[in-house]
Ligand binder design. Structure first.
Ligand code: ADP
Ligand code: MG
Length: 246
């Protein structure tokens, strides 16, 4: 695997475009004019030190937090202009989210955790459970189907969380430090499964990490520094990007 600097394909339409995002919490400027593009089917790593605004950026892109200023456009729709209903629909149907600690529902089995988004989207119980079982299988955790989160290892829980994020076949998965709480081996298993399945289904992934080894799984890497993407680091069309060859 090598890393080189190339021009990104400037003509490819972005799946998600963020422009000039700002977000202030009290006196803290979490984002100070951050811009980036995520393309269809692309695995993009966003790296940066702790406190550089990575999670805030992810929350803005995923329609969880409204930025103070700037725009997020997803397939031609500007998130800031959408109704709460439409935004909820996008979060349910088009976006999948994974956090550092899987945030599975502790009372539910692995199978029921994965079936839940399907039930919320209107599937029948039996169909949802069958489908959930298939996705557990794809992530190598079918054997844990009946286990509750507390009965699984961190790596197993995280693979269940990925299955839950992908089971509805979203166009984009937002993963915030998905390996941050795992040891190296479990982290590798999680990333290998995520990248394999994202490629297979042409799902775009916004992967937040402060770990170079995890970032190396991405096609491209954007560095966030003090709430902005410095020129030359990446992202917005026409700028240089660090591209990985896996
Ligand atoms: P990162 O994910 O890169 O560590 P964050 O986006 O979580 O960075 O945070 C950026 C800055 O904004 C930090 O200084 C953090 O303390 C602050 N921040 C983030 N979210 C909140 C919040 N909900 N309330 C107050 N401050 C916040
Ligand atoms: Mg964070």
């Amino acid at each position: 695997m090598s890393t080189r600097v190339v021009q990104p394909p400037s003509k490819a339409a972005a799946l998600i475009s963020a422009r000039g995002l700002t977000k202030t919490y009290g006196r803290t400027e979490a984002l100070r004019g951050a811009s980036l593009d995520l393309h269809e089917g692309e695995i993009l790593a966003v790296t940066g030190t702790s406190g550089s605004g990575k999670s805030t950026l992810l929350h803005c892109l995923a329609g969880i937090v409204r930025p103070d200023d700037g725009t997020v456009t997803y397939r031609g729709e500007q998130l800031g202009l959408l109704s709460e209903d439409r935004l909820s629909e996008l979060r349910r149907d088009d976006f999948g989210v994974v956090f550092q600690f899987g945030q599975l529902i502790p009372e539910l089995s692995a199978l029921d955790n994965v079936a839940l988004p399907l039930l919320l989207a209107g599937s029948r119980r039996k169909a949802a459970q069958e489908r959930a079982g298939e996705w557990l299988e794809r992530f190598g955790v079918r054997g844990q189907a009946a286990f509750r989160p507390g009965e699984m290892s961190g790596g197993q829980s995280q693979r269940v969380a990925l299955a839950r994020a992908l089971v509805t076949q979203p166009r984009v998965v937002f993963a915030d430090e998905p390996t941050g709480a795992l040891d190296a081996l479990a982290g590798e298993q999680v990333m290998t499964a995520l990248v394999h399945i994202a490629r297979e289904s042409a799902t775009a992934v916004l992967l937040i990490t402060h770990d170079a080894q995890t970032a190396a799984y991405a096609d491209r890497e954007v560095l966030l520094h003090d709430g902005t993407v410095p020129a030359g680091s990446a992202g917005a069309t026409g700028q240089e990007a660090v591209r990985h060859e896996n």
